[in-house]
Ligand binder design. Sequence first.
Ligand SMILES: NC(=O)c1ccc[n+]([C@@H]2O[C@H](COP(=O)([O-])OP(=O)(O)OC[C@H]3O[C@@H](n4cnc5c(N)ncnc54)[C@H](OP(=O)(O)O)[C@@H]3O)[C@@H](O)[C@H]2O)c1
Length: 360
Amino acid sequence: MPDARTGEVWILGATGRIGAAVAARLASREVPIALVGRDRDRLDKARAKLGQGDRVKVVVAGTAEKIAEQIAQQRPTVVVNTIGEYAETALRLARACMPGGHYLDLAADPTATSRLLDLHEEAAAAGSTLVTGAGFGVLATEAVVVALCAGRPAPSHVRVDALASVAIEAGVMGAAFAASIIDVLTTGGLRYEDGRLARTRLGADAQHLTLPDGQKVKSAGAPSGELIAARRASGAPNVTATSALVPTGAAVRAILPLAGKLLSIPALRRFAVRQLAGLRLKAASRPRRHSWGHAVITWPDGTSREGWLRADDGMDYTAGAAAEIAARLARGEGKPGAYTPAAALGPDLAAAAGGTFILP
Ligand SMILES: NC(=O)c1ccc[n+]([C@@H]2O[C@H](COP(=O)([O-])OP(=O)(O)OC[C@H]3O[C@@H](n4cnc5c(N)ncnc54)[C@H](OP(=O)(O)O)[C@@H]3O)[C@@H](O)[C@H]2O)c1
């Protein structure tokens, strides 16, 4: 390909929780990185924490448009996008990497995931690999589905459960995470029925699960990138996805649909994201020993298999996954096109990112 790339991995949102953790992991592996953000002082502080001085580049760019311009001009090899609002901004940023550059993001909602996957033909023609859902939820569930379905015909039913256990650091929630939460409420429940996306009640399909380590967890239906990834990985016509992050109490579940409708009003959405982003969180240790990805697969003849992926803290796993994907893409190991993580790089990626499979 005639277009030379710098070999750098750019981390968008490098002052955030996940961005900073991805930067630290890549820097410790001696991958050349650049920290990209909208505030020079905060970027300089983030660089100082890495302890590598001027060897780590800083790029100040305040909006997705400005970041896209810088990517097109400076031509990094890989861009890691952690700035949130993926449904609105990811396509512009991914396209700025083409031709020849690679891109990954941490989108977790079905709209953003589908939009990026729709760039498949464009990315394949441009020799670029685009990966969406490069975090715990999608990878930990998709990898189990791929492992359970390998060498078998398409199943009839799949259920995936993303059971993250996450420690909370004291501080404000931040706009990227706040926007993801509001997006879940406004999208409402979704599942695949007979091969089509169908609306369902947010919080449907409630599960009471006993984990392989004996702990218990509740989860409920949420619109997620996990749903899209599980459908593509299995080919099953009927797919549901639940998450341990959705409240399972009857009273809260009863008001979720109304909250979702109200928050679809743009002014209310902006207000809610601002309020939530500024919410001060108290430090708390993670509620369960492990985070788990879980899949239950049923074939048309009635046979069924279930499998698990065990990880530690869900946020740490997300940072490990994004760093591992970025490192592999920087080495040119991705195939051209747009994919979810295990589809791009194989299910062993989930283990390389810090997970352990428990399969039948
Ligand atoms: N897929 C998964 O399983 C998974 C798991 C965990 C997290 N996530 C997602 O990962 C993302 C990052 O989470 P986080 O906890 O690290 O969030 P965070 O701490 O709020 O960090 C977000 C970063 O993005 C920057 N940013 C936000 N809006 C921006 C904009 N409009 N333009 C430029 N920069 C912007 C922030 O910069 P400032 O410092 O300037 O504010 C900050 O550096 C979120 O989207 C979250 O939902 C996904």
